[in-house]
Design a protein around this ligand. Structure first.
Ligand SMILES: *Cc1c(COP(=O)(O)O)cnc(C)c1O
Length: 457
């Protein structure tokens, strides 16, 4: 009988994270101070993040030790299993072998605790007592609540109001883990009050929630802000996914021809793919595919430019593919993929042609997710379904071409708290959104006056 899944023994859990900054053919371009246009220094971020995480953000060390205290908490659910999707292969009649790394087994149900636990630890050792953050549908807020509970930190989450009202279950998870969760805009910050004065019914946005969380974090010396994606240190913490997957594939005598992940801010994709991108930089042949929604096509259609990370334009300027910091995505169910920007590391790899990007509509993504659930059983998060759609397309292509191919994808989370999207799909109520070309042109126009990173397209 062929193996269906590989459990890496606990003692073989990776003890270091992989920092791709050490191997980039073209180094990352620095974040800029919007007022001066000059690169920012570590001290510019010191009120927002603890210095030990800022050091990781700018580090070019290839391997960074995972502290024992972090490993101890990660071992609650790591190493995560690598599965062979044999029933999906049979259903598709493909000669391709399909593998997936199952990050849905974490207590919060996604890959996000991999960085939440690490960030809580570094803040704790720096003497921080309280973390503030924002959350859309609640995946990141619940992951950080878990991380803070593990290290005895207070946690305050600003949750986009429309989700706060429509999706109470993740708020309940946050409360159970001891965090405070308020709808944003709130009365608790001056930016929130300003928004509510303008519009008492304001349903909120991720950009507003970020601005509130930063404002609250900088008002206290022993509080900091925490971000669940986009930044270099977040990509770093997620590489444990790909490092485990490499060992698990090796145990099967396999190496992937294609590595696939969905991209919102880029962290779960970075996690599964960066160790393989490293092999590729040193000559290995491997296709690396980032998958995004057609409603928010940052990598496939956005310009490569400096832009702000948040709507209120409070962050430094980051070099990234972006749809503009005031971009308002259509309400697709994959809330985690609706961010306007993209990790600068992932963006740099795309300009250097080390990775490829592709976009799918939500109908095709849910169709893929339903096929996956009826063959492999697991109900994926709507974000993850985008990766599944690409995997199915690749597997069908392998069938047409009569080619043996090994595909690996990251199953970034389960969909047990996002079932209403499946309900809408099954009732025929979902529609596809394709971002109109005028929107892209508008973004290009707005970003014209912003600094341009080198090698931008
Ligand atoms: C948040 C989330 C994503 C998107 O975020 P990335 O930083 O791009 O990984 C994808 N899948 C799941 C399940 C998520 O919770």
């Amino acid at each position: 009988m062929e193996e269906q899944k590989v459990f890496l023994p606990e003692k073989e859990i990776p003890r270091q994270w992989y920092n791709i900054q050490a191997d980039l053919p073209n180094p990352l371009q620095p974040p800029l101070n919007p007022a001066t246009g000059q690169p920012i220094g570590p001290e510019d971020l010191a009120k927002i993040f603890p210095m030990n995480l800022i050091e990781q953000e700018v580090s070019t060390e290839r391997w960074i030790n995972i502290p024992e205290e972090v490993l101890d908490k990660l071992l609650i659910y790591r190493p995560t299993p690598l599965h062979r999707a044999r029933r999906l292969e049979e259903y598709l009649g493909t000669p391709a072998r399909i593998y997936y790394k199952n990050e849905s087994v974490s207590p919060a149900g996604s890959h996000k605790p991999n960085t939440a636990i690490a960030q809580a630890y570094y803040n704790k050792t720096f003497g921080i007592k309280r973390l503030c953050t924002e959350t859309g549908a609640g995946q990141w807020g619940s992951a950080l609540s878990l991380g803070c509970a593990m290290f005895g930190l207070e946690c305050k989450v600003f949750m986009v109001r429309v989700s706060f009202n429509q999706k109470p279950y993740r708020r309940m998870m946050m409360n159970t883990w001891g965090a405070e969760c308020v709808p944003s805009p709130s009365n608790e910050t001056s930016f929130g009050r300003k928004m509510l004065e303008q519009d008492p019914e304001c349903s909120g946005s991720l950009g507003i929630a970020i601005s509130e969380a930063i404002e609250e974090a900088v008002t206290r010396d022993d509080a900091r802000y925490s971000l669940g994606s986009v930044l270099n240190h977040v990509m770093l913490h997620q590489t444990i996914i790909g490092l485990e997957a490499q060992r698990q594939m090796e145990a099967l005598g396999e190496y992937p021809d294609v590595v696939v992940g969905c991209v919102g801010g880029g962290s779960n994709f970075a996690g599964i793919s960066f160790p393989f991108v490293r092999d590729k930089i040193y000559g290995k042949d491997c296709q690396v595919l980032a998958v995004e929604p057609t409603a928010c096509p940052t990598l496939t259609r956005g310009p490569f430019s400096y832009d702000f990370g948040d709507t209120a334009a409070t962050t430094p300027l980051l070099p990234m593919f972006t749809l503009g910091h005031d971009f308002m995505p259509k309400p697709i169910h994959a809330g985690g993929l609706r961010y306007h920007g993209m990790s600068p590391l992932v963006s740099q790899l795309l300009t250097d042609n080390l990775i490829e990007a592709r976009a799918y509509g939500q109908l095709q993504s849910y169709e893929a997710g339903v096929i996956f659930s009826r063959t492999e059983g697991l109900i994926c998060a709507p974000e993850t379904n985008h990766a599944v759609a690409a995997v199915i397309e690749e597997a069908r292509k392998a069938k047409e071409e009569g080619q043996q191919k090994t595909i690996l994808f990251n199953l970034s989370g389960h969909g047990m708290l996002d079932l209403s999207g499946y309900d809408s799909y099954l009732n025929g109520e979902l529609v596809d959104y394709v971002l109109p070309e005028e929107e892209i042109q508008r973004t290009v126009e707005v970003l014209k006056s912003y600094p341009k990173p080198k090698a931008g397209r």
